[in-house]
Design a protein around this ligand. Structure first.
Ligand SMILES: Nc1ncnc2c1ncn2[C@@H]1O[C@H](COP(=O)(O)OP(=O)(O)O)[C@@H](O)[C@H]1O
Ligand SMILES: [Mg+2]
Length: 368
């Protein structure tokens, strides 16, 4: 079987590597020049909504999936009658709009932060009264890595928030003083088989994921997160990998957002789980039996953002993934995964590597 993958970034590349091991060919659609997944298969260098390119992919592939969330829904609906598209287009549609996403969480009884839909400057002032300060303003569509967000800390910031984001539909969210953030990654195949990975503990900085660690030793949270992911998978008649991001506050979990795709917080599964999220995503969309999701010990993943320092390349006892992208500030260029028999051993390694990564990217004078 050949799989068509919309998007040829690093997620496409890691799907492509997993496909190679399964003996499955991939074909990609991506408008970028020289995208990371070019090393895994042919890339149609056309826009994501190019009707002719999508038709070609549909005719040429047994199933279509995607690694990129901002694909015009209409474009996918055009090919749905010709070829199976997984995850379901309706799941993507709901994930693309933060308001629909939040209403879905409510409908499924998944707890979430207080929020308000914002269409006017007056809505924004009213939201301050309802949600209190600080609050976070987010564009309903197209946000990623913390982009399209504004933290309103004082009433005086409301004008600036409106000037910056007010040209598009928004939501305002209560600021959650979380203890930490987690994500739960689940996978479901066409026949309905479900597997859930161990919880990841995620550290973000400036809205970008920096570190993930798994497993999380908190059985009540694991139980709740698993339940919430299962509700989503079943309700959406979902096929593929789904990642649910959550805030932890005491013994409570609040859903932040879900991604209908393989997820950065699951990169540790390549070396750290019996079957990677990438292999299981492919297995799911091809309707093969899913692989076991149990952890191999304690895994830690550090994102390499802006540059890959030589000293990180020189590390032993770790797994470097260089996506082959041109360095640019704030750009995800690769990641490193470490494994340990103990959580303490893992945490010490993660801290050491993270320090060496941030020393050079922050330009504090340390040489790489
Ligand atoms: N309501 C909130 N309260 C506290 N922190 C938040 C809130 N919303 C977002 N954040 C922080 O910003 C990060 C990115 O926000 P998110 O909504 O996940 O957007 P993105 O689509 O860019 O990942 C979150 O992982 C979290 O660290
Ligand atoms: Mg997020």
């Amino acid at each position: 079987m050949r799989i068509g993958i919309i998007g040829a970034g690093q997620l496409g590349q890691m799907l492509g590597f997993a496909a190679r091991d399964l003996g499955v060919e991939c074909r990609f659609l991506d408008p970028s020049i020289s995208p990371p997944a070019r090393v895994c298969g042919d890339v149609l260098q056309r826009p994501f909504d190019d009707t002719a390119a999508l038709s070609e992919l549909a005719a040429d592939c047994g199933v279509i999936t995607y690694e990129f969330e901002n694909i015009p829904i209409k474009a996918l609906q055009q090919i749905e009658s010709k070829v199976a598209v997984y995850p379901p287009v309706d799941a993507l549609r709901q994930a693309q709009d933060r308001l629909d996403e939040k209403r879905l969480f409510e409908q499924l009884g998944i707890p979430l932060p207080l929020y308000q839909a914002i269409n006017t400057r007056d809505d924004l002032s009213a939201a301050v009264d309802v949600l209190g300060l600080p609050m976070v303003i987010k564009t309903r569509r197209l946000g990623y890595d913390g982009k399209g967000q504004f933290v309103v800390r004082a009433t005086a910031d409301v004008d600036a928030a409106w000037r910056q984001l007010g040209t598009q539909p928004l939501i305002a969210e209560q600021w959650v003083p979380f203890d930490y953030e987690v994500s739960s990654i689940g996978v479901r195949n066409v026949d309905g088989e479900i597997r859930i990975y161990a919880l990841s503990h995620n550290v973000h900085e400036d809205g970008i994921l920096r570190i993930s660690r798994s497993p999380v030793d908190a059985p009540p949270l694991v139980e709740k997160a698993t339940d919430y992911v299962q509700r989503l998978l079943l309700h959406l008649d979902y096929v593929g990998v789904l990642a649910l991001e959550l805030f932890v506050k005491d013994d409570q979990l609040l859903a932040n957002e879900f991604a209908p795709r393989v997820h950065n917080s699951g990169h540790w599964t390549i070396e750290g789980a019996a079957t990677s999220q990438f292999e299981n995503h492919l297995r799911a969309v091809m309707n093969l039996p899913l692989g076991a999701t149990a952890n191999h010990g304690h895994a830690g993943m550090i994102n390499l953002i802006g540059e890959i320092p030589d000293r990180v390349r020189a590390l032993g006892e770790s797994h470097l993934h260089d996506y082959g992208k041109v360095p640019r500030p704030g750009r995800k260029l690769g990641h490193v995964t470490v494994l340990s028999d103990t959580a303490a051993g893992r945490d010490a390694r993660v801290e050491q590597i993270y320090k060496s990564v941030t020393q050079s990217t922050r330009g504090d004078g340390t040489t790489a």
